[in-house]
Design a protein around this ligand. Structure first.
Ligand code: ADP
Ligand code: MG
Length: 389
C-alpha cells in the first residue's frame, strides 16, 4: 500500500502485518505505528492507550522548553518535567569549543582558569550569544529525548515577553537547528498561567507575575492572549546583587553572588517576619583584606531588597493601571498569581497584597509551571482549532 503524507511531502509505503502497520517514508525514516485497523481507534489514541506494547515506541512528539535566564526545563508530554538544569555554558576561549553545559558548567562559574569561560547566554532574558544558545538548546533536547529518537520532535519554547522579534526568531532558528520538526514560540505569562492551572480560554482577566532570574514578566491575560503586559529586568539575580551591595556598604564585607543567593534563600524576606531569623556569613573584610564571619538578620535582607522588590510592585501597579476596567475587576476578584523561582522570596505575596489591595498567591509549583504550561500550550492550540470548526 502507498500513501502520500502532505505534511512532510513524502510518500509513505505502508505494509500490514496483523494489527501492526509498518510505515516507511521515502525519505528513509522508518516509523512503526501500532494501528488498530477496523476498530476505529486512531494511531494517536492507540499510542496513548497501548504505546508501551508497540515493537518500537513512537517518540513523544510534543516537547515544551522553558528557556529561562537561570534554568532550562524540558517537559515531555506524558512524562512531565524530565530535565531541569542551569542555563550555563562553559567554553574554551582559545578554541571556542564547549567544555560543559548545565549543572557541570554552573559549578565552573567564577572558578575557571584564564582560557575557560562559563557564561549564562540568556542572562537578562536576551540572547547574548546565539551560537552558544543554539548548542545549549540542542544539548538539552537530545538529553531529554535520549538517543533513540527516530522522529523529529514538535517543540514549543517559552521566551520572556520582553524579547524582540529578532530574538524570538533567533530562538526559533536555534530550535530548528537543534533538530525540531516544528517550533512554536510562546510568551512566558501565557505558559505560566496554563501551568498554574488557570483556564486561559475564558473571556476573564487573570494577572500573572512571573519572577525569574533575569526578568519579571507581568501580564493580564484573557481569551488565550495577553491584554496588557510588561517585562522588567529586575528579578531574582537583582535580589542577589542588592544583597552583595548591602553587605559591602553596611558591613564592609565582600561576598560573592552565590553566597548572596544562599542568604536570600535561607533568611531573605521583603516583608517583616513574625520571627526574625539570622545566618552566619563569611566574606572578605574590605578594610583588612582578611576573611571575616558576621551574623546577618532577615530584617537586614528586607532593607537590602526593598528597592528591587518595590520596583516589581510598581510594575504590577502600572499594568493594573493600563488594564481595561472589566478585566481589572476580574483580577480584583480572582487575585494575582505569582510564578517563577524568584516568587519564592518570602514576603512577596504580602508586599504585593499590601500595595495593591488585591489578594496574591504563589502557584503550587512556581519553578516548573512555565515548562508544564509550555508543553500543554500546543494541546490548547489544538483544542482551540477544534472548537473553531
Ligand atoms: P528563569 O525562569 O529566569 O530561569 P527561575 O524561575 O528558574 O528563573 O528562577 C530563578 C531565580 O529564583 C533565581 O534568582 C533563584 O535565586 C531564585 N530562587 C530559587 N529558589 C528560591 C527561594 N527558595 N527563595 C528565593 N528565591 C529563589
Ligand atoms: Mg522563567
Amino acid at each position: 500500500m502507498c500513501a502520500f503524507n502532505s505534511q512532510s511531502l513524502t510518500f509513505l509505503f505502508i505494509e500490514q502485518f496483523g494489527n501492526t502497520l509498518f510505515v516507511k517514508s521515502a525519505s528513509g525514516y522508518l516509523d512503526l505505528f501500532e494501528a488498530f485497523v477496523g476498530k476505529g481507534i486512531s494511531s494517536y489514541n492507540a499510542r496513548q492507550r497501548y504505546g508501551r506494547k508497540g515493537a518500537i515506541k513512537m517518540v513523544g512528539s510534543d516537547i515544551g522548553i522553558d528557556l529561562g535566564t537561570a534554568s532550562i526545563l524540558v517537559y515531555i508530554k506524558g512524562k512531565g518535567v524530565v530535565l531541569k538544569e542551569p542555563s550555563v555554558v562553559a567554553f574554551d576561549r582559545d578554541t571556542n569549543k564547549i567544555k560543559a553545559i548545565g549543572e557541570e558548567a554552573r559549578l565552573m562559574l567564577g572558578r575557571t582558569p584564564g582560557n575557560i569561560v562559563a557564561v549564562r547566554p540568556l542572562r537578562q532574558g536576551v540572547i547574548s550569544d546565539y551560537t552558544v544558545t543554539e548548542k545549549m538548546i540542542k544539548h538539552f533536547i537530545q538529553k531529554a529525548l535520549g538517543k533513540k529518537s527516530f522522529r523529529k520532535p514538535l517543540v514549543s519554547v517559552c521566551v520572556p515577553s520582553g524579547v524582540t522579534e529578532v530574538e524570538k526568531k533567533a530562538v526559533e532558528d536555534a530550535t530548528f537547528a537543534a533538530g525540531a520538526r516544528d517550533v512554536k514560540i510562546i510568551e512566558e505569562p501565557i505558559a505560566a498561567a496554563i501551568g498554574a492551572g488557570i483556564d486561559i480560554s475564558k473571556p476573564c482577566g487573570n494577572m500573572i507575575v512571573d519572577i525569574g532570574g533575569g526578568t519579571s514578566d507581568i501580564a493580564v491575560i484573557s481569551l488565550g492572549g495577553s491584554v496588557v503586559s510588561t517585562s522588567i529586568k529586575i528579578a531574582g539575580d537583582d535580589f542577589d546583587e542588592a544583597i552583595v551591595r548591602y553587605m559591602r556598604k553596611k558591613h564592609n564585607l565582600l561576598i560573592g553572588e552565590r553566597t548572596a543567593e544562599d542568604i536570600k534563600i535561607k533568611i531573605g524576606t521583603c516583608y517583616p517576619l513574625a520571627q526574625p531569623e539570622t545566618i552566619e556569613v563569611r566574606g572578605r573584610n574590605l578594610v583588612t583584606g582578611l576573611p571575616r564571619t558576621i551574623t546577618v538578620s532577615s530584617e537586614e535582607t528586607e532593607e537590602a531588597l526593598r528597592e528591587a522588590t518595590l520596583q516589581i510592585v510598581e510594575a504590577v501597579h502600572s499594568v493594573l493601571e493600563k488594564t481595561p476596567p472589566e478585566l481589572a475587576a476580574d483580577v480584583a476578584d480572582r487575585g494575582i498569581v505569582l510564578t517563577g523561582g524568584g516568587s519564592l522570596l518570602r514576603g512577596l505575596e504580602e508586599l504585593i497584597e499590601e500595595k495593591t489591595g488585591i489578594n496574591t498567591m504563589t502557584a503550587e509549583q512556581p519553578m516548573t509551571c512555565v515548562a508544564i504550561g509550555t508543553g500543554k500550550y500546543v494541546e490548547f492550540l489544538a483544542g482551540k482549532r477544534d472548537e473553531e470548526f
